[in-house]
Design a protein. Structure first.
Length: 209
């Protein structure tokens, strides 16, 4: 028999972490406090300490939850595509869709906290770096598979392609949230799609626009 209290506790934990990821996407993690999060969620600070005894444990849990959201909203749907080159396109497209839908008020948790912690070594910075490396490794691995299956031309550099896809996705955050340029999504989609179609051995398996 499933303990209802455990289920409620897990739902509360996830709801708090989702709120924390949303807050951190705007404010970062350095100034994050259990008191602020408790106020935001309308719960007691003591209740939060029952889940995370320290600020660092909470911060690590927030990073982990942000990764889970990334996988749920971006990676898993994209990998349902039938071919490697279409998966590459879908990863970029799902990422931009995640931003456009306003799932997080700051647009991208990893862009915000990555800039904040880039030069501050420690467990939290390491966790952010690890999450980014996993994303880059995924892009490169799928690009390599697309070369192996001859969906992309043999001379394609998978590391270069992965870098370009990542850079264009990250640039959207700066251009929309800082510079307020609404056409940035259109430009980022067009740039990656043109690049993939140029490198593809059969451009017709990708959208034209």
């Amino acid at each position: 028999m499933i303990d209802g209290r455990l289920q409620r506790g897990e739902r509360t934990r996830l709801a708090v972490l989702d709120a924390a990821v949303a807050l951190a996407s705007v404010e970062g993690l350095e100034g994050f406090s259990l008191a602020r999060l408790a106020q935001n969620r309308g719960v007691s600070k003591a209740g939060l300490f029952a889940h995370w005894p320290s600020k660092q444990q909470l911060q690590l849990a927030i990073v982990e939850r942000a990764q889970e959201q990334w996988v749920e909203f971006i990676v898993q749907p994209a990998l349902k595509e039938s071919s490697a080159v279409r998966q590459l396109w879908a990863l970029h497209e799902k990422r931009l869709g995640f931003y456009e839908k306003g799932v997080l008020p700051g647009g991208c948790f990893f862009a915000t906290v990555g800039a904040e912690l880039a030069d501050r070594p420690g467990p939290i910075s390491d966790a952010i770096a690890s999450a980014n490396e996993k994303w880059m490794d995924l892009l490169v691995a799928i690009a390599r598979r697309a070369i192996k299956t001859r969906e992309l031309r043999a001379e394609t550099n998978p590391e270069q392609l992965g870098f370009e896809i990542q850079a264009l996705g990250e640039a959207v955050i700066v251009h929309t949230h800082l510079l307020h340029r609404d056409r940035s999504y259109q430009y980022a989609r067009r740039a990656v799609l043109d690049r993939l179609r140029h490198l593809s051995t059969d451009p017709h398996i990708l959208p034209e626009s």
